[in-house]
Ligand binder design. Structure first.
Ligand code: AMP
Ligand code: MG
Length: 487
């Protein structure tokens, strides 16, 4: 276990130089205080969890202090936002503080979001508010607990600094951890600004640090792109299987590691709705729940375009062709498991689709349906769940098909079925209304709710005594919360 001043830095991205990032110091928050910390994320840096409670912790992650070895930098990138190209973006309110490596030899970027203005702030104030910082923190740690690749969050630091959004709010910072903060937009930036030598440096950096095994392949860059395609297909399959809606899948929010990244107006589905749009500003539904799958491919095509100086168009197209089949395979595999199936049959795809069609706008809670399906035998469970469906006859027909499929699947006890299904079907999910309750309390200075919710969500598959209220469907007020992009 390490104390805060014992971290070991190795700032490899910073060493790429000024063409890639700019040195900027964090702008401190007034009266920094700990809102919530993740022990599991602290463990990634070998940090003793007790240090979260010390004043120096809030000072470090509230922008007041810095390690001598840290090299805070704002990264430059660009990206396609809602389909249109924005030539220059960058860390407008976040800083890469430095790269730390732990005793296991893993490297982690420390990124402080809400750290003040940078050369890339454009019209923004460089700040993040408490509300959005809590949302990012909870989402990162909740997705991780569900087994969905994501950046991690170490802590949220609150403050008394006023920040203006639709109304006056308070500034906060979230300390994010990821093996890399390089986005599709980094490659796009050097491609569209026609800086092939920097683009090659960037590609070498990514290859060396994150895809060293691709060096063994005849075409390392192509192998790396293929790997990025595969990881994104798998990540998005997991989003779809668990009902996660990202909300702003711009290419500057897509990680070259295939991790969920840059949380804004995200949501987990309550009632199942394939057309759900969680981003209040997404008027056309470009990033609706079901569009995430084709948009994943669209984003990879934008990255492919930026890689044309290195890889032939035919090879890029072929690699892009892997996306949909891989997505389908991962998705179906997960959905089979969510249904309690251990074998694969040709028709499973239509079994899943049939269920989702019945769920659509039927008021069926997406998370609880699967959890309850595993509570009892297939026969008892479907008999109890049918009341939730508007089209009961339709559900009965599906249920007959499901029971027959379960019977063909194998011979196991209900105990085995429950255990297997509960291990993939969470009881607790980060519902918007739960986050909102925690935010409302935190905004009035009470951090106990955000800490409790975080704690519950770190073990989403495990029934936790006394936490029944976190497994409830949303109350009416909490069903269609509008989450604005302003954060
Ligand atoms: P996002 O929608 O958070 O992914 O941000 C898109 C771009 O806007 C990024 O370049 C951000 O750094 C920048 N940005 C967002 N909010 C702010 C802010 N309050 N101040 C400065 N830049 C911001
Ligand atoms: Mg972003």
């Amino acid at each position: 276990m390490k104390a805060l001043d014992e971290l070991t830095f190795d700032n490899r991205f910073a060493r790429l130089g000024d063409a890639f990032s700019t040195h900027v110091l964090p702008e401190p928050l007034d009266e920094p205080r700990l809102v919530v910390a993740s022990k599991a994320a602290m463990a990634l840096l070998d940090l003793d969890p007790a240090v979260a409670e010390t004043p120096v912790f809030a000072e470090l992650f509230g922008g007041h202090k810095l390690w001598a070895e840290a090299e805070p930098r704002a990264m430059v990138y660009s990206g396609h936002q809602f389909g249109g190209y924005t030539p220059q973006l960058g860390d407008g309110r976040g800083l890469l503080l430095g790269e730390v490596y732990n005793e296991a030899g893993e490297h982690w970027d420390l990124h402080l979001k809400g750290a003040g203005m940078t050369p890339y702030s454009r019209m923004g104030d460089g700040r993040a508010v408490l509300r959005s910082s809590i949302r990012e923190f909870l989402a990162s740690e909740a997705l991780h607990a569900l087994g969905i690749p994501t950046s991690r969050a170490l802590c949220v630091i609150g403050s008394s600094t006023p920040v203006w959004r639709e109304k006056q709010e308070r500034g906060a910072m979230v300390l994010r951890l990821a093996h890399s903060h390089i986005r599709f937009g980094h490659f796009e930036y050097f491609y569209y600004t026609k800086k092939p030598e920097h683009q090659a440096e960037l590609a070498e950096h990514v290859l060396n640090l994150h895809y060293p095994e691709c060096r063994e392949q005849p075409e390392p860059y192509l192998a790396m792109f293929r790997e990025i395609v595969e990881r994104n297909a798998e990540m998005i399959a997991k989003w779809q299987a668990y009902g996660f809606c990202h909300g702003v899948m711009n290419t500057d929010n897509m990680s070259i590691l295939g991790i969920t990244f840059d949380f804004g107006p995200f949501a987990f589905l309550d009632d199942f709705d394939a057309h759900f749009i969680c981003n209040h500003s997404d008027h056309e539904g470009r990033y609706s729940f079901s569009n995430q799958v084709p948009i994943g491919q669209w984003n990879l095509s934008a990255l492919a375009q930026a890689l044309t100086p290195f890889i032939s168009v035919d090879a890029l197209k072929e690699a892009l062709g892997l996306y949909l089949p891989l997505y389908q395979a991962h998705y179906l595999d997960l959905m089979r498991r969510r249904l309690g199936l251990t074998t694969a049959e040709e028709d499973d795809q239509t079994l899943v689709e049939g269920l989702l069609k019945l769920m659509q706008n039927s008021g069926v809670d997406y998370t609880l349906f699967f959890r309850r399906l595993g509570d009892e035998s297939a026969t008892l469970a479907v008999a109890r769940l049918r009341d939730d469906f508007v089209d009961m006859a339709g559900f009965d027909a599906w249920a007959e098909r499901y029971k027959a499929r379960v019977a063909r699947d194998g011979d196991y006890t209900q105990e085995q079925r429950r255990e297997r299904m509960h291990a993939v079907n969470p009881l607790y999910i980060l519902r918007n209304y739960l986050a909102q309750n925690a935010i409302t309390a935190a905004e009035s200075g009470d951090y106990s709710e955000v800490r409790r919710l975080h704690d519950v969500l770190t073990r989403p598959f495990e029934e936790q005594a006394g936490m029944e209220q976190y497994a409830q469907r949303p109350p009416d007020w909490g069903k269609h919360l509008e989450i604005s992009c302003s954060s």
